[in-house]
Design a protein around this ligand. Structure first.
Ligand SMILES: C[S@@+](CC[C@H](N)C(=O)[O-])C[C@H]1O[C@@H](n2cnc3c(N)ncnc32)[C@H](O)[C@@H]1O
Length: 534
C-alpha cells in the first residue's frame, strides 16, 4: 500500500513538473495515468464506502483533470481540454482553476459569453484574491470581445496609420448580415441579407491556419519557387494538424468545394459557422491528404499583395491561409467587397453600396487588367470566370480594334494616344454605363499614367474625359481601390481641392471607407487619403 502511495506521489509530481516545463504531450500522458488510477480507486471505494477517502480522491481527480485540460489547451486541443474541464466541474462546480481554464478554452473558441460566465463565477472565489489581476484581465478581454462579436464595432485606425506594422489589433470573430445561398456564378456563394452601404463590415473570421515567409524580391527565381513550395508544404501540414485536432474544423473544411460539380454541393446554414454552434453535432468526417490538397488548392487565399505594395507594406512578406467562411465568396472582376488581413483574421467589408440578396464577391487576383490577362489568371485558379464584366468584355475583346489597342500598349504608343483610341472606340461601339467603367478598369494603368502626367494632360486634356468622370465610372464598376483613390487624391491636390473641396473630399472619404471599411476613425482615414495622394 505504501509503495502504491509513493508511486502515485511520484507520478503526480512528475506530471506537475512536465506541465511547468511546458512538455505538454508528456504531461498529458502522466496525468492520464493518474486519472485512470483515481477512476479505478473511486469505483472500488464506492463499494467499501469511506466518505473521507472518497472526497479526497475526487478532489485529486478534479485537479488532475483540470491540469490535463491546461496541457490540452496549450496544444490547442480545445475539444479534449473542454471535456476534461466539464468532468472536473461535475466533481466540483466552483473549482477556481477549472473555471479559469474553461474560460480560457471558451475564449479561444470565440464563445465569449460563456467564457465570461466562467470568469465571473471564478471571481466569486474569496480564496483566490492573489489571482485577481489575471482574472480581471480575462474579464475585460471577454467583455470587449463579446461586444465586438455582437456589434462589429472594431477600430483598426492606429494599426493602419502605423502602416500595418507592429502588433495587429485584437479582433473577435463577427458574422454580419450575410447568408450562404446557391450562386448564379458557381456553386454556393455568400449573400447580403439587407441593404448595406460602402464600408459596412460584413465578416471577421480567423484562419484555420496561416503560413508566412519572407521571400525578398531580389531572390533568384529558382530559390523563390523553392521557398514558396516549402511555405505551401508547411501550410498544408498546419491545416492538417488543425483538422486532426477538432471535429468541427474537420467537418466545416469538408463542406468546402474542390472546384468540381459545385452546383450539386449542399448549401450549409450560416449558423453552423457561428462560435455558439460549437456544441452542435458535427460529423467526425475523415479527411485524407489528397482531398485536403484539392480543397486547399481551391480555397486558400494569399494575403493581398497589390494593396500591400501600394500602402507601402513590406511586400517581401508572403502569407497563405484558409479562412473557412470566406471561402464561400466567389470571385468577380467587378467585386463589391474587399478583404483586409489583420493578424490571422480576415476582415470583409463592402467596397460599395450593396443591395439585400446581392451576392458578395471579391477579387481572387488583380482585376485592373485587360480581359485576356484575367482569363489567364482565372485559368490558373482552375475556372473560367462567369462574372458580368467578363461576359461583356469577352465580346468586345475579340474585336480587331481592341486587339490593336492592346498591341499598341506593348509597342510603347504614347499613353494619351491609347486612352484617346479606347474612348473613341467605346463611343463607336456604343459602350455605355458600367461597360465603360469595366473597359477603363482594364486599362487603368494607362489612364492613371496620363492623369498623373502634367505633360500628357496638357497634350491630350481636351481630347480625353476628365479624370473625375473616369474615376466615377471605374468606381461604379469596380468599387473602391487604392489605385483609383491615389489618382483622385493627386488630381485634387493639383487642383488645390485638397482638404477644402467639400464635395470632392466627401467622395474621397466614401472611397476611403470602401478601402478600409467603416472601422477607421474619420480623422485617420483623412490622413491616410492625404498620404495616398502624396
Ligand atoms: C473559394 S470557392 C468559392 C465558393 C464555391 N462557389 C463553392 O460553392 O464553395 C472557389 C471556386 O468557386 C468557383 N468560382 C468562384 N468564382 C467564380 C467565377 N467568377 N466564375 C466561375 N467560377 C467561379 C470556382 O470553381 C472556384 O474554384
Amino acid at each position: 500500500m505504501k509503495e502504491e502511495e509513493e508511486r502515485i506521489q511520484n507520478l503526480r509530481s512528475k506530471a506537475t513538473k512536465l506541465l511547468l516545463r511546458k512538455e505538454f504531450h508528456d504531461s498529458i500522458e502522466a496525468y492520464s495515468e493518474l486519472i485512470s488510477f483515481y477512476h479505478n480507486q473511486i469505483s472500488n471505494t464506492h463499494q467499501n464506502l469511506d466518505p473521507n477517502i472518497l472526497t479526497k480522491l475526487k478532489k485529486s481527480l478534479c485537479l488532475a483533470l483540470c491540469n490535463r485540460a491546461e496541457a490540452h489547451l496549450n496544444l490547442q486541443e480545445f475539444p479534449q481540454a473542454l471535456k476534461d474541464c466539464n468532468e472536473a466541474a461535475r466533481i466540483e462546480n466552483t473549482h477556481f482553476k477549472t473555471l479559469l481554464c474553461k474560460g480560457k478554452i471558451l475564449l479561444s473558441l470565440n464563445q465569449y459569453g460563456l467564457a465570461l460566465d466562467c470568469f465571473k463565477e471564478a471571481s466569486l472565489d474569496p480564496h483566490e484574491l492573489e489571482n485577481s489581476d489575471t482574472l480581471n484581465g480575462y474579464l475585460e478581454k471577454c467583455i470587449k470581445f463579446e461586444s465586438l462579436s455582437r456589434t462589429g464595432a472594431f477600430d483598426i485606425s492606429d494599426w493602419v496609420l502605423n502602416k500595418f506594422q507592429g502588433k495587429p489589433p485584437e479582433l473577435a470573430e463577427y458574422i454580419g448580415p450575410i447568408e450562404i445561398k446557391k450562386s448564379d456564378i458557381s456553386g454556393r456563394g455568400l449573400f447580403a441579407t439587407k441593404n448595406v452601404d460602402c464600408g459596412t463590415l460584413l465578416l471577421v473570421t480567423k484562419a484555420v491556419a496561416i503560413e508566412r515567409a519572407i521571400v525578398p524580391q531580389s531572390t533568384f527565381q529558382d530559390s523563390k519557387e523553392q521557398e514558396q513550395l516549402d511555405m505551401w508544404k508547411s501550410f498544408i501540414d498546419k491545416v492538417m494538424e488543425s483538422a486532426k485536432k477538432c471535429v468541427r474544423t474537420r467537418d466545416l473544411i469538408c463542406k468546402l468545394s474542390i472546384g468540381e460539380n459545385e452546383d450539386h454541393l449542399e448549401v450549409p446554414d450560416i449558423d453552423l459557422f457561428r462560435p455558439e454552434a460549437q456544441e452542435r453535432g458535427f460529423l467526425d468526417k475523415k479527411i485524407d491528404k489528397e482531398k485536403l490538397l484539392n480543397i486547399l488548392d481551391v480555397n486558400s487565399l494569399v494575403e493581398e499583395l497589390i494593396s500591400a505594395k501600394i500602402q507601402g507594406k513590406n511586400s517581401d512578406v508572403h502569407g497563405i491561409g484558409l479562412w473557412i467562411l470566406a471561402s464561400f465568396i466567389n470571385h468577380s472582376c467587378d467585386p463589391n467587397v474587399r478583404r483586409s488581413h489583420v493578424g490571422d483574421h480576415v476582415i470583409i467589408h463592402a467596397s460599395r453600396d450593396i443591395k439585400a440578396c446581392e451576392e458578395l464577391t471579391f477579387a481572387y487576383f488583380d482585376v485592373f487588367s485587360p480581359f485576356r490577362d484575367r482569363e489567364e489568371k482565372a485559368k490558373n485558379w482552375g475556372f473560367v470566370c462567369k462574372c458580368k464584366r467578363c461576359n461583356l468584355e469577352k465580346g468586345v475583346c475579340s474585336n480587331q480594334e481592341m486587339m490593336e489597342i492592346e498591341m499598341f500598349l506593348g509597342k510603347g504608343l504614347e499613353m494619351g494616344g491609347v486612352v484617346y483610341r479606347l474612348e473613341e472606340s467605346m463611343r463607336r461601339w456604343m459602350v455605355k454605363g458600367k461597360g465603360k467603367g469595366y473597359l477603363r478598369a482594364s486599362f487603368w494603368q494607362v489612364y492613371s499614367e496620363v492623369y498623373e502626367s502634367e505633360r500628357l494632360l496638357r497634350k491630350w486634356g481636351s481630347k480625353i474625359p476628365l479624370m473625375e468622370c473616369v474615376v466615377d465610372s471605374v468606381v461604379d464598376a469596380e468599387g473602391s481601390d487604392e489605385r483609383i483613390v491615389k489618382v483622385l487624391m493627386r488630381g485634387l491636390k493639383r487642383k488645390g481641392h485638397y482638404g477644402n473641396g467639400i464635395l470632392e473630399m466627401e467622395k474621397a472619404m466614401k472611397l476611403g471607407r470602401g478601402l478600409y471599411g467603416k472601422i477607421m476613425k474619420k480623422q485617420t482615414l483623412k490622413t491616410i487619403l492625404f498620404q495616398l495622394g502624396n
